[in-house]
Design a protein around this ligand. Structure first.
Ligand code: GBH
Length: 489
């Protein structure tokens, strides 16, 4: 009754019953059998039929078993055990105990319908001191992991470096030492060669930007250094060189058809408003804001503005090194969490970065600003600027303040909101022809969130770290449905 009156009233306001009749009949309880469906037919936002739905993790964040099977220490063991460096003094000693529980966890992945899973190899499991003789027991773990994934019908994607540098190499200067680039390539080539009958996609490094800046400039991640501009730029150069050398070393050892790429958290430059001048600004900003990372990897040169800004602190390099750095890739993985808003500007750069106002909404991690259109613009601009033909979203996801209800449920409606909006924007890009072939949700399990310890949860599966019990959250139900429908709604 109320419903009818309301609709008549609305019809009067709108000036005619025709308008009223076209209003969607949702929102009010109505009489019995004639109740209208509240399910929206809507537009179905589908993905290509071969789209790869996955999730991502990293060795130190999930494995635990840090003293088992001959593993040597990494910089994250040292850093996390240094008082005051991590939230609550948390370490990755046990983490999700994935080293022992991977089989059960793969059953969870299978239940969700995952098509692919991205893991990283712990360098110091393979070469306990970074170089020298390989440790066969370490390699065995990744063989068993890859076998179990394949058996479950899940394609393994493998990252060779997700920040856990062998401590022995840090003792020799870490990435400041030119020899580390070569040591990385040797390890990467060896490991990929061994796994390439099972793994078809390798990524050299995860987020060069983060371990360079947060680990070696800000000192909030391992190895906890605060290098000056000059030393940092040289270290940065050794990192991109290590990537390039590794690309070549991997190609030399893997089976034909194996694909090589990387996973980088680009600054996802996003126009503040979608108008031609701001879009042009975002194009320019993409190259400059990623100058010493994806830009130099794609172009084999540092941008003029980057070198000018550094002046006498610019890195020393040879022409041959620049050729190595730009070794062609088969795919580019990008990790997208938050956008970097840019606007047109008359400065030399031709754009300006717009810092978010203090009221900008974010997830549980203060840095994780919610800006779904970043996952539209990031891949689109990478495709347009560097003509990249195959891309993956190698990470995207959100931290929430998750709690189990007395009934043992986790209703992470904020994470579902985040994922729904980002996937909607991803579908927008894919439907326009941006060649993103897959999406890896960060993360399957709550895990060791680096300096934030176990406080910030990113999983779609809740982990009770005291008992190692796994409980799917509401977001797991949401993601399962996305995968089953191959669509976001
Ligand atoms: C990714 O980094 C990592 O690849 C992954 O290991 C991690 O668990 C996941 O995201 C979630 O964080 O301390 O406020 O200065 C994302 C990029 C760069 C975001 C470093 C956090 C530090 C922010 N990260 N940044 S702050």
């Amino acid at each position: 009754m109320l419903n009818n009156i309301t609709r008549r009233t609305l019809a009067r306001i709108l000036g005619g019953s025709a308008a009223a009749l076209s209003l969607p009949r949702v929102g009010f309880a109505t009489e019995g059998a004639s109740a209208p469906s509240t399910h929206s037919a809507g537009t179905t936002r589908t993905f290509p039929s071969d789209f790869l739905w996955g999730s991502a993790t990293a060795s130190y964040q999930v494995e635990g078993a840090v003293h088992e099977a001959g593993r040597g220490p990494s910089i994250w063991d040292t850093f996390s055990h240094t008082p005051g460096k991590t939230h609550n003094g948390d370490t990755g000693d046990v983490a999700d105990d994935f080293f022992h529980r991977y089989k059960e966890d793969i059953q969870i992945m299978k239940g969700l319908g995952l098509k692919t899973f991205r893991f990283s190899v712990s360098w110091s499991r393979i070469f306990p001191t970074g170089t020298g003789s390989p440790n066969p027991q370490g390699l065995d773990f990744y063989h068993h992991l890859a076998d179990a994934l394949l058996e479950a019908g899940i394609q393994p994607f493998c990252t060779l470096y997700h920040w856990d540098l062998p401590q022995t190499l840090q003792d020799k200067g870490g990435w400041e030492n030119h020899d580390t680039s070569k040591a990385f390539a040797d390890y990467a080539g060896y490991t990929a060669g061994k796994l390439s009958d099972k793994v078809r996609h390798f990524m050299t490094m995860n987020e060069m930007r983060t371990f360079v800046d947060v680990g070696n400039r800000e000192g909030r991640h391992a190895p906890g250094l605060k290098l000056d501009d000059k030393r940092l730029a040289q270290l940065n150069h050794h990192v991109v060189l290590g990537h390039g050398l590794a690309v070549r070393a991997i190609r030399a050892t893997v089976k034909p058809g194996t694909k090589v790429g990387l996973a980088e958290n680009i600054s996802a430059t996003t126009p503040v408003v979608e108008s031609p001048e701001h879009i042009e600004a975002a194009h320019k900003a993409l190259r400059e804001e990623n100058a010493s990372f994806l830009t130099v990897v794609q172009e084999g040169r540092y941008t003029d503005l980057y070198l000018k800004r550094l002046g006498e602190n610019a890195p020393r390099f040879t022409a041959e090194e620049m050729e190595i750095i730009r070794s062609p890739l088969d795919f580019v993985g990008i990790n997208i969490y938050q956008p970097m808003y840019v606007r047109a500007d008359n400065s030399e750069k031709g754009y300006a970065v717009v810092p978010p106002p203090s009221s900008y909404p974010h997830m549980f991690s203060p840095w994780l600003n919610v800006g779904p259109e970043g996952i539209y613009w990031g891949p689109k601009l990478v495709h347009e600027v560097w003509k990249v033909k195959e891309m993956y979203i190698t990470e995207n996801g959100a931290s929430s303040n998750d709690h189990l209800t007395p009934e043992g449920k986790v209703y992470d409606t904020d994470r579902v909101m985040f994922l729904r909006n980002y996937l909607t924007q991803l579908q927008r890009g894919v439907s326009e022809g941006v060649p993103v072939k897959g999406y890896f949700l960060w993360s399957l399990l709550d895990n060791y969130e680096w300096a934030d310890g176990y406080e910030k949860r990113f999983g779609i599966i809740y982990v009770d770290f005291a008992t190692q019990q796994r409980t799917p959250k509401l977001s797991a139900e949401f993601y399962k449905q996305v995968i089953a429908k191959n669509a976001v709604s």
